[in-house]
Write a protein that binds this ligand. Structure first.
Ligand SMILES: [Mn+2]
Length: 320
């Protein structure tokens, strides 16, 4: 059963009422869910007359500015201790763990997340991996306090839901998710605009990198894993960025006859990132594989980082 968070939502409302300066925190390498979450909260909180800033260690993603324009502040440029409360949204262990120790005891910390294995503590934790996205949780919060959802909030929340459900296609697309999406669309949120920006709007450099990844993909006949590798040279030669890697594992996972996908990509000279995807009907829990390598995530979408270097030669590739 999903946690309904009725007590937590009341506590959050109380904290908001008693805060005049609130800092919202988005995770590093921001995606549609973290962006949608902080912007939806910002819109709602500003209407209450609160002073709101958004912090993130990375800049606002350009490709989302068309749907939901926003501005991120680099944390070092803000006086972190000047806020009454701080709300971190999504993947809270991707950046917020550096801010959390800086808070003083008077400041109230809130984390809202839907990732499993979140160990970070906070004054208020709203964490349940059964939710598709943080935007789904924030939708529930806004409904619980009878807040009005305007067009901007609707677009922000639908952005997060569409991003984290892979265009309403992943197994986390529950009946609840469809119902919420439908309500947001009734408010005027645009599926086609969001899908266009998040999934379809691909630069030629992205497609070139995907091409390389697909060309190198192999299926292991024993365990039906489909695996591919990307080196730093691949990314450089295609003039792409590491952000362009995100969707490759999902696309490979759609290949018939596979049980899960693995994309290994070189991030710096000695770090390799692994991204794993599967589907419910395939009966594989990829988070177990991620745990073996010190990573984590959801049953059907997980990741890990290992030390090593991908080396390619005529016979294929290996990790040294
Ligand atoms: Mn998310």
């Amino acid at each position: 059963m999903k946690n309904e968070f009725s007590t937590e939502f009341k506590t959050l409302q109380y904290i908001i009422e008693n805060s005049s300066r609130i800092l919202l925190f988005a995770h590093s390498r921001p995606d549609g869910d973290t962006v949608g979450s902080v912007l939806a909260l910002q819109e709602y909180l500003k209407k209450l007359g609160k002073h709101i800033d958004i912090a993130c260690f990375d800049p606002f993603p350009e490709y989302l500015a068309e749907i939901v324009p926003g501005k991120f502040n680099y944390p070092d440029n803000l006086n972190i201790n000047s806020y009454d409360s701080i709300i971190a949204c999504d993947s809270v262990e991707r950046g917020f763990e550096k801010i959390y120790p800086l808070l003083n005891p008077k400041q109230v910390s809130i984390i809202i997340d839907h990732h499993p294995d979140i160990t970070l503590t906070a004054d208020l934790r709203i964490v349940d991996s059964q939710y598709s996205s943080v935007c789904e949780i924030i939708y529930k919060f806004l409904v619980s306090i009878n807040a009005e959802t305007n067009l901007k909030i609707a677009n922000c929340l639908l952005l997060g839901i569409i991003s984290d459900t892979g265009n309403l296609q992943h197994s986390n697309t529950t009946a609840d998710v469809m119902e919420i999406a439908s309500k947001l669309i009734k408010k005027g949120a645009s599926v086609s605009k969001i899908v266009g920006s998040v999934f379809s709007n691909k630069k030629i450099t992205t497609l070139k990198l995907w091409g390389r990844a697909f060309e190198k993909a192999r299926i292991n006949p024993k365990n039906k894993m489909i695996v591919t590798v990307l080196t730093q040279e691949d990314i450089k030669q295609c003039e792409a960025s590491t952000d362009d890697i995100a969707q490759i594992a999902s696309i490979l996972n759609a290949v018939p006859g596979t049980s899960f996908s693995l994309v290994l990509s070189q991030r710096d000279n000695k770090t390799i990132k692994g991204s794993l995807r599967s589907e419910q009907y395939k009966g594989i829990d990829v988070s177990e594989i991620a745990h073996l390598f010190g990573g984590g995530g959801h049953k059907l979408a997980s990741g890990f980082e290992i030390k090593g270097k991908i080396v390619e030669d005529a016979s294929g590739w290996k990790i040294i």
